[in-house]
Design a protein around this ligand. Sequence first.
Ligand SMILES: C[S@@+](CC[C@H](N)C(=O)[O-])C[C@H]1O[C@@H](n2cnc3c(N)ncnc32)[C@H](O)[C@@H]1O
Length: 389
Amino acid sequence: MNDLDALLTPEGRALLDEVRGTEPARELAVATRLRREHPAELVSAALGQTRLRQRAAAKFGAEDAGRMFFTPNGVEQSTRASVAAYRAERFRALGVTSVADLCCGIGGDAIALARAGIRVLAVDRDPLTAAVARANAEALGLAGLIEVREADVTEVDTSGFDAVFVDPARRGGRGRVFDPEAYSPPLSWAVGAARTAPRAALKVAPGIPHEVVPAEAEAEWVSDGGDVKEAVLWFGTEPGAVRATLLPGPRTLLSGRLPDPPVRTPGRYLYEPDGAVVRAHLVAEVAGLVGGGLLDATIAYVTADELRPVPYATAYEITDVLPFNVKKLKALLRERGVGTLTVKKRGSAVEPEELRRKALPKPQGTGAVTVFLTRVAGAPAMLLGHPAR
Ligand SMILES: C[S@@+](CC[C@H](N)C(=O)[O-])C[C@H]1O[C@@H](n2cnc3c(N)ncnc32)[C@H](O)[C@@H]1O
């Protein structure tokens, strides 16, 4: 019996309940005690699963993660619940009632789709991963809506489904895979599959070059809490549209196909666009909203004279604009009694941690300063300020 099957037996489930919440430091003691009454392999499987659940809580929340099952890769590769729920809601709003989830992993997306009331065929070719997805559908009471099939997605008939969703594996033996043709299955296969269904969404890496987005697709970059999570190519929505969606919210910024914003001298405010906005190339849209321009033609910092709060960028009030100089920065921080220095950078090779160590070896007071290392009209510069109130 494999570990998963063993954990799904009444003894396995009871053991999982018993070791729930075990802290890493206590694992050895707990294992020693439990091995007196249970097989050693089952005890280590339960402790291993508990560790995975603890790791997965960041993505799925402690309550769901505490009932679900994971593999190390499955936790790593799964879509976080907030992002999956947003996508599922988009499918639902499009009138989709059934989805073929091709490359379902441990079921992160399938679960969100089912919770949106959508019927799901969830396919993965890895036997253990598919079994875990099945256990998760069961554990969360969604087995009535999710059918898990262990198969190669290239051999699955998806006719009859309202939509296809593909989340290819993007990690090879040596870390993340950047070339979309090196995804498993390759992006070109996923695009072909998308074209066979009335609607489709393909999850891709946020760094996907805009040139490879097919003309009939919509491209959406999604961030959650300021971190860019993914890009999605939608088919059967708005061909050519580009959007950045920020979670929680959702707040969506659509491309207006604006020309590049003008480069201008630094104003009183600096706006740091959300990563999804930057990846979606929608910095011009943010500059338009705040009435600003760029500090440098190639860098995604917007500067403006007025404070116009927008959800797509964080605004900072700038107090100083200086040529980059560590000694000068150190002197200024001392003079102003700074205790906390936040270093942000775009277009600078400086290592933030190293700069912080050199410029503020020890707190000089209780003040807080944010320093932006960037270029102003081509020259290395530092802008000092603080979040705008
Ligand atoms: C990124 S993960 C999917 C994560 C999933 N969306 C989630 O939220 O849990 C990709 C999955 O694709 C599967 N896979 C890769 N190539 C496949 C193929 N040709 N057929 C079926 N599954 C495949 C891998 O086994 C892996 O579990």
